[in-house]
Ligand binder design. Structure first.
Ligand code: NAD
Length: 256
């Protein structure tokens, strides 16, 4: 039996990387998918990929740091597909690699605005809808950088620790109303974001995988699909007793 049969599921930042893999996985598992991204080209490509494999999806452009965009995004899910059962708050940016004393305020503010304020705005709008229909399941994208420090990435680390804090609070506040909220903490995953981080730290002298693989006990970086598998399971009723958790999907990174 598919994990998400007859569910309506929203994914932010679904125009690329982990978000795109999650939208495709949700559809494979039987959900109708709301694909959202700030980038309409990438978002529409994801919708096309879902539909090409027989799934159902619609696109709505939204910048997760904008309250009006987020409200319109959740409203789109309800008016187009009738309800909202699952959400993956995935949209995120990496920021600049620099020691803390050299981080610019504008760069810090932008990272926090997308990664933390964005998750807050999405949670608020999604929970409001889920309360009307008796519950749901939400997965926030944190990171191993939400569990431990990562030298050079203080805004990103602060934002992802914040995501884990919001996750705990939302889980506690809505547990009795049937809404489960968890976060996942990926290690290095093969996407544009990881390429950008590798490029910033080596100036392009090393391949991303070559640089990041040895940091993971499993000996390689992960794929977006390996992350999407966990997200789909956490969103499904199979995870009915899991809430307020921060689950690593990191090839053993934080076990070290
Ligand atoms: P990515 O850069 O490949 O994709 C991010 C997507 O988010 C893009 O489609 C982009 O257009 C969209 N986006 C960016 N800003 C947005 C905004 N303001 N509003 C809406 N959409 C926006 O990144 P990814 O690697 O797939 O990362 C997805 C999530 O996973 C992020 O939250 C990231 O922090 C987290 N993560 C990634 C890794 C990794 O190694 N790739 C590791 C840990 C956590």
């Amino acid at each position: 039996m598919a994990l998400l049969m007859n569910k309506v599921a929203l994914v932010t930042g679904a125009g690329a990387g982990i978000g795109r893999a999650t939208a495709i996985k949700f559809a494979e598992e039987g959900a109708t998918v709301v694909v959202s991204d700030i980038d309409p080209v990438g978002g529409q490509e994801t919708v096309d990929l879902v539909q090409a494999s027989g799934g159902e999806a619609s696109f709505i452009r939204a910048d997760v740091s904008s309250p009006s965009d987020v409200a319109a995004m959740v409203q789109h899910a309800v008016t187009t597909h009738g309800r909202l059962d699952c959400a993956c708050n995935n949209a995120g940016i990496e920021g600049k690699i620099a020691p803390l004393a050299e981080q610019a305020e504008a760069s810090f503010d932008r990272v926090l605005s997308v990664n933390l304020r964005g998750v807050f705005l999405c949670l608020r709008a999604e929970i409001t809808e889920m309360l009307k229909t008796g519950g749901g399941s939400i997965v926030n994208l944190s990171s191993v950088a939400g569990l431990i420090g990562f030298a050079g990435l203080s805004p990103y680390v602060a934002s992802k620790h914040g995501v884990n804090g919001l996750t705990k609070n939302a889980a506690l506040e809505y547990a009795k109303q049937g809404i489960r909220v968890n976060s996942i903490c990926p290690g290095g995953i093969d996407t544009r974001m990881l390429d950008s981080l590798a490029e910033q730290s080596t100036g392009g002298s090393m391949d991303t995988s070559e640089m990041m693989a040895p940091l993971h006990p499993i000996g390689r970086i992960g794929t977006p699909d390996e992350v999407a598998n966990l997200i789909a399971w956490l969103c499904s009723d199979r995870a009915s007793f899991v809430t307020g958790a921060h689950v690593p999907v990191d090839g053993g990174y934080v076990a070290q």
